[in-house]
Design a protein around this ligand. Sequence first.
Ligand SMILES: [Zn+2]
Length: 43
Amino acid sequence: MDVEYKERVKGKDYKCKECGEKFKGVGKHPMCPSCQSENVAEG
Ligand SMILES: [Zn+2]
């Protein structure tokens, strides 16, 4: 399985509410890569 490929297909844009980091997240509980917070919003 190619995880990176899966992320590119299913990833959505998220923005961290804690630090403002924008990132591609997957799953129901994406985590901010910058501060590891799960307090994120779609979009
Ligand atoms: Zn963050």
